[in-house]
Design a protein around this ligand. Structure first.
Ligand SMILES: CC(C)(COP(=O)(O)OP(=O)(O)OC[C@H]1O[C@@H](n2cnc3c(N)ncnc32)[C@H](O)[C@@H]1OP(=O)(O)O)[C@@H](O)C(=O)NCCC(=O)NCCS
Length: 182
């Protein structure tokens, strides 16, 4: 694989983003859905983010092929706007090389810059690599939804995790780990 860059999303990336989500969803292991959304739905989602509903960064290679995404979406309800929700994924060939960490750090930093104080997510209990990444970034386990999914005859627990941003330390310190970013 070529060198991978982390870039903010634009409308020009929508198709690549959708294809990337679809490929990861079809693995039937990591995401809460088993196919990607239709193109128009992906476009509306990205527009919603660009209009201030959240942030998204992408991992791209070559001339702009999308190999991963990280979005963090603001909870629009009154009283919950400090709480954001993170989603992330990489194509198989991009995994295990620290790119997930770079993507997540960039997404979290962008969300914190826009006022995120709490970032939450759900992850399947069997997804050890994702859980290791989240814990390294400061997320803690808040609970478990037992047998949350039943797919292909197998149950999966869903682990609820959250990162509380330490505003007293300048904002975002919990979102960046102690070792140097790559
Ligand atoms: C989860 C995901 C984003 C992580 O990104 P990544 O680039 O593959 O992960 P990294 O290389 O940054 O490694 C993350 C950490 O997990 C550790 N790790 C790797 N494989 C592991 C495994 N099998 N078990 C436990 N820890 C593992 C790494 O050592 C690393 O920790 P470190 O930084 O302390 O060394 C990526 O693997 C992915 O897209 N997976 C499929 C989709 C998915 O699971 N999305 C999240 C849904 S909640």
């Amino acid at each position: 694989m070529d060198e991978i860059r982390i870039v903010p999303t634009t409308e020009a990336h929508v198709d690549g983003f959708r294809r990337c989500v679809d490929a990861v969803a079809r693995e039937r292991r990591y995401l809460g859905f088993v196919t990607g959304p239709p193109l128009e739905q992906s476009r509306a989602f990205v527009r919603m983010l660009l209009d201030g509903g959240g942030v998204q960064v992408l991992a791209v290679q070559g001339v702009g092929e999308v190999v991963g995404w990280c979005d963090v979406i603001r909870d629009a309800r009154e009283g919950f706007g400090h709480g954001w929700r993170l989603g992330i994924g990489l194509l198989p060939a991009a995994r295990g090389r620290g790119i997930g960490r770079r993507l997540a750090q960039a997404g979290i930093a962008a969300a914190v810059a826009r006022g995120a104080e709490r970032i939450e997510l759900e992850v399947f209990a069997s997804n050890a690599r994702a859980i290791a990444l989240y814990e390294r970034l400061g997320f803690v386990r808040e609970g478990v939804k037992h047998r949350a999914r039943k797919l292909d005859g197998r149950y999966e627990d869903n682990v609820l995790m959250a990162l509380l941003v330490d505003a007293s330390a300048g904002g975002g310190t919990a979102a960046t780990e102690s070792s140097p970013a790559t």
